[in-house]
Write a protein that binds this ligand. Structure first.
Ligand code: NAP
Length: 438
């Protein structure tokens, strides 16, 4: 029976769902040996370093990942970096198929004056900071001002704003990074303003996430009811209104109308505001916006400006893929056609589609790419795979080593009433992985 060697680069949701699709496609006449290669010492990608700590339900998908990893045809090679420890060319030569599932980790830039001021951060730094990503432990975050501004009207902006706006005690029973929780507990921020450049009818938020906002216990959430009324007028004249849009507007109307608790912590969503400059003497002090209006279905300038005094700006306006030797990036994603990159190289997830879609989107997407891969399979290679590529002595975190980290974090968490206490530094993760099994 032919066994094909598959290398999946990136241990996030798209990578695991691809491995699962290969596992499900096995027959008596076809089998796959899957090696998952991951740069960090830990797998799970955005489920570990992206999903907000106060959304634990979303993280339960990690159980599915661990089930996939337990299959006999799966091996984890974490702490192995593409472009440094192994090259794409070597992987291509050693494997029958290489699947790029590295996501799109680079935060997009606004490109406005003042964006580089101190405390003007990208969500691509701020989110992994509060999620204990080893590369972002040392991000300097100053929470001493009363107001924070979050740019962008998507779910990442909402996550960032919520983490800044809720009472940090609500994060006690979560797996938020210890260093972030300590900072958040000393935070002076009481007002967080999300600014979207277009109207409520154009927002990228999703309804379930919006519906959660009025349920926040210690934070009042505001949307100007007039902006919602205007948006409703605009969608009434549309030929067809998608269900998702209708649900979003309903959820935002509910936020605008719900009774406020009169608490000190506030989260406001402000629409039709394009940031044009971040001002400050050495660090962020003010963001200047151009006001917009919707005219004949188009967003245009209202020829007016306003500004918000703030000490922190977090930009959450989407992500880009990063370059690797041999990988061409186009419009924020790896250049590909329906997942096929070139020769025996394919892409899945955000690397394939760009930074859109929730975790579940990756499942059907990965299935489609695996179908295409199987159609294109040739004779299996008789190569050695990754063991031929890694330098002798390279410290790989395999599934057993990762399970030690996982168990250690979960046990430390149990003691203090959290799902896990994340180990944040790479050196500590490696140290824990070397401990005898518990
Ligand atoms: P997103 O959904 O694409 O939203 C990006 C936002 O940034 C949009 O509102 C966009 O506005 C705005 N933007 C882009 N360029 C801008 C600029 N130059 N100036 C001002 N605003 C700008 O991206 P995301 O929030 O990063 O989320 C990525 C994906 O992850 C989405 O599919 C999201 O649903 C998913 N996600 C899901 C969850 C969850 O399920 N809980 C949590 C986090 C993320 P325009 O529309 O005007 O371009």
């Amino acid at each position: 029976m032919p066994t094909y060697k598959i290398a999946i680069v990136g241990a996030g949701p798209a990578g695991y769902f691809t491995a699962q699709a290969f596992q499900k496609a096995q027959t008596e006449d076809l089998s796959f040996a899957i090696d998952m290669i991951e740069r960090l010492p830990t797998p799970w990608g955005l489920v570990r370093s992206g999903v907000a700590p106060d959304h634990p339900k979303i993280k339960t998908v990690s159980k599915v990942f661990e089930k996939i990893a337990k299959e006999p045809n799966f091996r984890l090679f974490a702490n192995v970096e593409l472009g440094k420890d192994v090259s794409l060319k070597d992987l291509r030569d050693q494997y029958d198929v290489v699947v790029l599932a590295m996501g799109a980790p680079k935060g997009r830039k606004l490109g406005i004056p003042g964006e580089k001021l101190k405390n003007s951060l990208s969500a691509a730094e701020f989110v992994p900071w509060y999620n204990a990503h080893p590369d972002y432990v040392d991000v300097e975050v100053d929470l001493s001002s009363e107001t924070a501004v979050v740019i962008g009207a998507g779910n990442v902006a909402m996550d960032v704003a919520r983490i800044l706006a809720i009472d940090p005690a609500e994060l006690d029973p979560t797996d938020v990074a210890e260093h972030a929780l300590a900072k958040l507990k000393q935070s002076n921020i009481r007002t967080v303003i999300i600014c979207g450049r277009r109207g409520p009818e154009h927002a990228a938020f999703t309804a379930p996430e919006l519906r959660d906002l009025p349920k926040l216990e210690n934070t009042d959430v505001f949307i100007d009811p007039k902006q919602i009324e205007e948006a409703i007028k605009h969608i009434e004249v549309m030929d067809e209104v998608e269900k998702d849009l209708r649900n979003n507007i309903e959820a935002m109307k509910a936020i605008a109308e719900h009774e406020k608790k009169g608490v000190a912590r506030k989260l406001e969503i402000k629409f039709l505001s394009t940031p044009i400059e971040i001002k400050g003497n050495g660090k962020v002090e003010e963001v200047v916006f151009q006001k917009n209006k919707v005219q004949n279905g188009k967003v245009v300038s209202a020829n007016d400006i306003f500004s918000i005094k703030t000490g922190l700006v977090v930009t959450a306006i989407g992500y880009d893929s990063v370059e690797y030797p041999g990988v061409t990036i186009e419009s924020g994603r790896v250049r590909n056609i329906a997942g096929h990159v070139e020769h025996n190289v394919y892409a899945v997830g955000w690397a394939k589609r760009g930074p859109t879609g929730v975790i579940g989107t990756n499942k059907s997407d990965s299935n489609d790419v695996v179908d295409l891969i199987i159609e294109n399979l040739k004779e299996p290679k008789t190569s050695e795979g990754i063991t031929a590529l890694l330098k002798s002595g390279h410290e790989v975190i395999d599934q057993t080593a990762w399970e030690k980290i996982n168990a250690s974090e979960v046990i430390s968490g149990e003691i203090v009433g959290k799902p896990r206490l994340k180990v944040a530094s790479k050196a500590d993760l490696l140290r824990v992985s070397r401990k005898p099994a518990i």
